[in-house]
Ligand binder design. Sequence first.
Ligand code: SF4
Ligand code: SF4
Length: 382
Amino acid sequence: MRLLSYVSELGGLRQSRSLRPRVLTHTVSFRCNARCVMCDSWRLPRQDELSTNEVASIYRQLPGLDAVRLTGGEPFVRKDMTEIADLAIEHLRPRFIHVTTNGFLTERIVAFVENRDRSVPLHMLVSLDGVEDKHDEIRGVPRSYERAVATVRALAAMRESHNLRVAVNQTVVDAEGARHYRPLRRELAQLDVRTHLVVAYKESATYSLERDLERDVDGENTYETYGSFSRAEIELLLEEAEEDLVELERPERIAKSYYLSGLRRRLLGKSGPAGPPCVALRAHLRLFPNGDVPTCQNNSRLAGNLRETSFDQLWHSAVAEEQRDWVSKCSGCWTECEILPSAAYTGDLALHALKHPLASAASARVAPTSTREPERATSPSS
Ligand code: SF4
Ligand code: SF4
């Protein structure tokens, strides 16, 4: 039923009509026990976070969703992650729950996987940005690598028995980080765990110390990277990542191929469409730790607060409409956690799979770009 209703909504979303949220990204806390160079989450003033009961009261008001993503900050600084995930399953009935973590709190994370309601698949994404000291340097805390690898190892051993998928996210912050892409993959291959890369962008409204930030997005090639790379370094990184698509399962392969093709277009100046119509504040609902509902990752101006207002009131308010107007006029970004919901719910992902059959076939590789224009500066990730 969900699939049919998803397909039937594609046309409406293309024309920006449908208001029904389908994906929730819930930042359960901005607090973080890491000190990452590319992220200000750990510097943000502490918010008055929603209690478990308040989370339950908000979830109860939302419609059934396709996916719930629990993120941070570091989500496991909260001790009620099991309750939050179970509430999501009870009230939102998603097809899967997705949790991102820096993997520092191994025991708490393993206990979460043990104790949660396992009726719905859990996708755990652990951050590892390089091998050994490189990861520690980026995360700003000694033994970060050792702790995150211990978590990945523990989770990998639980996959079969706990309705669990485990992957690693590598945020490439600089040219040295890019050189760690293959060595990190080799380390993780021993655990049969795949890596996904994102290239860190320079600024994010969500994780910036400055609040009420509207990031200036101005077109298809806007992607200002956190670190600097030569064209050859970016070419090599993208080629390696594209070659490795073959190792991913089909839905992930299509999504990653889509992300990489847009990244290539932006980082190497290949011409092409700006991206799909954005579904922020439509199919994609974001919730901040204190109940605030921001516009999107790159615009932290609020549509309202779900501690103060009911979901129905907020979602149909004039302020939400104003923010949706901003989204409609936005000329696009390539923030992975925003672009993939937009691509999925507007049909762009399906279109990509049709146009690039290799992305969905067993020997997946994104077709290399033929027109490469001069290098453009570009952006970061959380
Ligand atoms: S990138 Fe993630 S782990 Fe690092 S400081 Fe930000 S929220 Fe914490
Ligand atoms: S494309 Fe969407 S998510 Fe990206 S900046 Fe614009 S409104 Fe925000």
